[in-house]
Ligand binder design. Structure first.
Ligand code: ZN
Length: 220
């Protein structure tokens, strides 16, 4: 079956819900997971498990972003910061989404589809400028200008303006296997429960009033 769109899959909750949403919409997504040197290598294990569970093809790509872009998510000399407002800026990886979206568009061009989907939520947009709609629109315009004829690239985040908890509600209805997802920024085998990603995941599950299946069976 020819893919109809590209789905950026981080291995986290929001992109997992996106993949299930796309399949429910009748799409045949091809997924892209990127190893950009993040400490959280379990993200990539999660992306593989999710794509497999969804029956979607997956490309895994390695980009040497960590060699150039300083961030607490990639720099081994710097600890993952606690979930405090003042420390959040250190989790920004410069140009990360530009790279991810460009490569997703490249996979799309290879697979014959122009639409790229990614799972940026309201909370992501609040902190990360490259998770905001103006950035996506400008990049979409630039990429399309670089293509011959009337070819174009379309970048879509169905979760723009929606909170993590709202996306979680959608995902639960869609049957997303949340036990397979990974959110923690640390490179440990079990989520740390103390970083910003663990905190926002816990807040989303608390808001919908459910136990996180990703934590079941773990000694904390
Ligand atoms: Zn964590």
């Amino acid at each position: 079956v020819n893919p109809t769109c590209v789905c950026l899959l981080s291995g986290g909750m929001d992109s997992a819900a996106l993949l299930w949403h796309l399949i429910r919409q009748g799409e045949q997504p091809v997924c892209l997971a990127v190893d950009y040197g993040q400490k959280a290598v379990m993200e990539l294990t999660a992306a593989r498990a999710l794509a497999h569970a969804a029956g979607a093809p997956l490309y895994c790509l390695r980009l040497p972003l960590a060699e150039f872009a300083s961030s607490a998510l990639t720099d081994l000399r710097e600890p993952i910061p606690p979930p405090e407002e003042s420390a959040r800026a250190r989790t920004i990886v410069p140009f990360r989404n530009a790279h991810l979206l460009l490569w997703a568009a490249t996979v799309g061009a290879h697979a014959g589809c122009e639409r790229v989907f990614y799972g940026a939520t309201k909370e992501d947009a609040a902190l990360y400028p490259d998770c905001r709609q103006p950035f996506a629109l400008a990049l979409e315009g630039a990429l399309s200008l670089g293509l011959p004829g009337d070819q174009e690239v379309k970048l879509h985040s169905p979760w723009f303006g929606r909170s993590k908890a709202q996306v979680l509600c959608d995902g639960l209805i869609l049957g997303v296997p949340y036990a397979l997802t990974w959110s923690c920024y640390r490179g440990t085998r079990a989520p740390c429960g103390a970083c910003d990603a663990c905190a926002s995941r816990a807040a989303a599950f608390a808001e919908v009033g459910l136990e996180d299946p990703g934590l079941v069976g773990l000694a904390r």
